[in-house]
Design a protein around this ligand. Structure first.
Ligand SMILES: NC(=O)c1ccc[n+]([C@@H]2O[C@H](COP(=O)([O-])OP(=O)(O)OC[C@H]3O[C@@H](n4cnc5c(N)ncnc54)[C@H](OP(=O)(O)O)[C@@H]3O)[C@@H](O)[C@H]2O)c1
Length: 463
């Protein structure tokens, strides 16, 4: 990339936690990047307008079911943002001299933005809603900087089958760390040259590290949304508290690096400085370490395979540090084991796991269920799934499994009528359901024609 034209980037989810940090990186490196497109939901149209003023992308996309209203709001916000830009604070980016961007509004606006001419798509949409962006970017042959792990987990081999070698660049800090520790991981013979014995994913442990089920039964959404080391969007923060996020990351690592599930370990590292490790067959372990700052893996993915200068402060070796590493308590946090089992069952089970987790998280956030009930519901939904496992699934299967799992989660939460009481009682009988899932109840495969799924949105979905 160096010495050549700036990389044209579409940022999907530009107003979120990852998206805004990506915009910072792009704006600070006008010689390296040009914003080809920005896409977001309608949650923060003012911010989208300010980002547009700053970077003047070719296209701006707003995912919405009220396209006219969103367009009107955006034009008003952009006019305001342009008016507020006094000459000294005028946009610094070279592309700022361009005329106004094309605006796309509608339910598939982000997907349309990802289909526009560009070199790289950063998928920073939250949750299952990111699947169409991942599919579009891969189908169009773009480099895909993937923060939206959910789309990879849901689609599994369907996504890896679409992707060419090295087409997906991980943004998750753990997977970015592994990519940097694995020499030539994008080349097919890397495993033969550098045989891997184990991947070690680190995990902060979230706000409830050290809690047992009894204590977890009393935690509130406010506590769950207060992550000790990372500032993220609400879904990812909740997924970090339940460790669903770590479960998704195990599946993500398995799919990205081709390492068996049994060779992927999780260790709790509260300081979040070691971002993950690779243990090689000769007994040597490589780790990537830096203070927790998502701008590093974001910048590394945007510039891949190059490294940019001065993205974030490095570790201060002039002072002492204590970094601790300890095993994960999988009894208190059964979601990690459930993720392994979902991935092991194959087919749509990982999509069921993800959808049940998103829906159960939403129910916890609105006060319907307790925190441990999230894991219980995921286990119950998985055990009652008759969607295809094994291999040979299509995108239609994934879409159907996603929709079914959300409805089933809501139904199970309703059927227990007072899930909060039920799960508090279960706290004295550790893991009555969350540990009880033994595998798919029905395994079938299908070869139907694939079609583009439109998964429901994550937190905030119809409960
Ligand atoms: N945050 C982190 O530090 C972190 C770290 C590793 C991985 N990740 C992953 O990165 C992804 C984004 O996480 P985040 O924390 O940045 O989430 P976030 O703060 O909630 O931001 C999500 C972004 O996606 C947009 N969005 C939601 N639904 C959309 C749709 N259907 N079409 C287009 N845009 C849509 C949102 O816009 P509206 O708000 O307008 O809906 C927002 O711009 C997740 O998959 C997460 O697992 C995040």
């Amino acid at each position: 990339m160096s010495g050549t034209q700036a990389r044209r980037v579409v940022v999907a989810g530009s107003t979120g936690s990852i998206g805004t940090q990506a915009i910072d990186v792009i704006a600070a490196h006008p010689d390296r990047f040009r914003a080809a497109g920005l896409a977001a939901g309608e949650g923060n149209i003012e911010l989208l307008a300010r980002q547009t003023r700053l970077l003047r992308p070719d296209v701006v996309a707003i995912t919405t079911t009220r396209p006219d209203r969103a367009a009107w709001q955006f034009h008003a916000a952009l006019a305001q943002a342009l008016e507020e830009a006094a000459p000294p604070a005028a946009p610094i980016h070279p592309s700022a001299a361009k005329p106004q961007p094309m605006l796309i509004t509608g339910p598939d606006a982000a997907e349309q933005a990802a289909a526009r001419p560009c070199d790289l798509v950063l998928n920073a949409v939250a949750g299952a809603a990111g699947l169409p962006v991942t599919l579009t970017a891969l189908e169009r042959g773009r480099l895909l900087a993937l923060a939206n792990k959910e789309s990879l987990v849901m689609g599994g081999p369907l996504i890896t089958g679409l992707a060419g070698p090295g087409q997906i660049i991980p943004v998750d800090s753990e997977h970015a760390a592994i990519a940097h520790c694995l020499p030539g991981w994008t080349y097919r013979d890397a495993a033969a040259l550098h045989p891997v014995r184990r991947l070690v994913l680190t995990c902060s442990g979230g706000p409830f590290r050290g809690y047992d089920r009894d204590r977890l039964a009393a935690v509130t959404p406010e506590q769950a949304l207060d992550h000790p080391t990372w500032r993220m969007g609400p879904l990812n923060t909740l997924n970090s508290a339940t460790l669903v996020n770590k479960g998704l990351e195990i599946i993500e690592a398995h799919l990205l690096f081709g390492v068996p599930l049994s060779a992927i370990e999780v260790v709790v590292h509260p300081q979040s400085v070691i971002h993950s490790m690779v243990e090689f067959a000769d007994g040597s372990t490589l780790a990537q370490a830096s203070p927790p700052d998502m701008r590093l893996p974001i910048a590394a993915a945007l510039a891949w395979p190059e490294r940019l200068c001065g993205i974030a402060p490095a570790i201060d070796w002039g002072r002492s540090h204590t970094w601790t590493l300890q095993p994960l308590d999988e009894r208190a946090f059964p979601t990690v084991r459930l993720a392994r089992r979902a991935a092991g069952a194959g087919g749509t089970y990982a999509a069921v796991y993800n959808a049940a987790a998103e829906q159960a998280t939403s129910l916890f956030l609105n006060g319907t269920i307790t925190f441990p009930a999230i894991g219980d519901l995921i286990a119950d939904v998985m055990s009652s799934s008759s969607h295809p496992g094994g291999t040979g699934i299509t995108l239609e299967h994934v879409q159907a499994a996603d929709t079914w799992a959300r409805a089933r989660t809501r139904q199970l939460a309703r059927d227990t009528s007072a899930p909060a009481r039920v799960t508090r009682a279960q706290a004295t009988n550790p893991h009555p359901t969350a540990e009880g899932w033994t595998g798919p109840t029905a395994v079938t495969t299908g070869n139907g024609a694939s079609s583009r799924p439109t998964p429901q949105t994550a937190a905030g979905a119809d409960t």
